[in-house]
Design a binder for this molecule. Structure first.
Ligand SMILES: O=C(O)CCC(=O)C(=O)O
Length: 265
């Protein structure tokens, strides 16, 4: 299990680019959540997405992935998301879950959860489940797999988490993060939207989901999707890639216009 807090990842100018991207994509989505992949084929959104992705690659986050997996990551754009959490919209909170839901196995994966406002007191942040004693990986993996196999939503109630860890076997820790900080973790960290009934203000956040294109999970290999990675020769320093029918190829600007890609990896 990997979990790190990085207090200051995005400085004000970088944060402003992330906020502009978040605002535009959330407004277009007309709901509380949008993925970068959904709006990449739209040239005007792509300008904002490119700016946000460049800020990601200029940050310390790719190096954390490289420290652990030996190379800098690609971003999976279908599951790199932006969320808007209103203080009074409990239905939009996500219950206890694992990001294993996005990869299905232990292939190289990390998510950086980046709030665009200070969270934890007046704005709903993130809570992680911190075990107080060692837990066998199967204790969590088995109930997760049962949910996947039976088609149930792979989220857990408080009671179910207690049954897994024991009532005194875990602590739900609320993360107090400043705007532009990050919680960085892998697919085995149980987490949820903070249960903060006293929240008074909304919050936006980015969830950057990192993978290694040469070591994708079986599931991601089988699924069509959109990715992005660093590319020294390109004017923006990044390139977009389309994966369709099992083939991955670089796609330049005009080629992305109006592109239809199914799947979410
Ligand atoms: O931002 C949140 O409230 C929760 C997001 C989350 O856990 C996720 O996207 O996996």
């Amino acid at each position: 299990m990997y979990f790190r807090i990085r207090p200051t990842v995005f400085e004000p100018a970088a944060l402003a680019d992330l906020q502009a991207c978040a605002d535009e994509l959330i407004a277009r989505a007309r709901t509380h959540r949008a993925s970068l992949g959904s709006y990449l084929p739209d040239a005007s959104a792509r300008v904002l997405i490119t700016a946000a992705v460049r800020r990601f690659y200029a940050s310390e986050l790719p190096a954390l992935f490289a420290e652990r997996f030996g190379k800098r990551p690609a971003l999976s754009l279908g599951i790199t998301t932006i969320r808007y959490q209103a203080p009074d919209a409990p239905a939009n909170r996500v219950e206890w879950h694992l990001d294993l839901n996005f990869v299905y196995d232990d292939s190289p994966f990390m998510v950086a959860w980046v709030p665009l406002e200070d969270v934890g007191t007046t704005r709903i942040g993130l809570e992680v489940c911190a075990p107080t004693r060692p837990v066998a990986p199967a204790a969590l993996f088995t109930p997760w797999l049962q949910r996947i196999r039976s088609g149930r939503t792979p989220v857990f109630t408080d009671g179910e988490v207690e049954a897994i860890f024991g009532a005194d076997g875990f602590q739900a820790r609320s993360l107090s993060l400043s705007a532009g900080g990050a919680a960085v973790f892998d697919q085995f960290v149980l987490h949820r939207s903070q249960d903060l009934t006293t929240a008074t203000e909304p919050r936006r956040s980015f969830e950057f989901r990192m993978m290694d294109l040469d070591a994708l999970s079986d599931w991601a290999r089988r699924t069509d999707g959109l990715f992005c990675r660093e590319a020294e020769g390109s004017p923006d320093g990044i390139e977009f890639l389309v994966k369709a029918g099992g083939t991955l190829r670089v796609a330049a600007g005009p080629e992305l216009d109006g592109l239809e890609v199914s799947g979410s990896s």
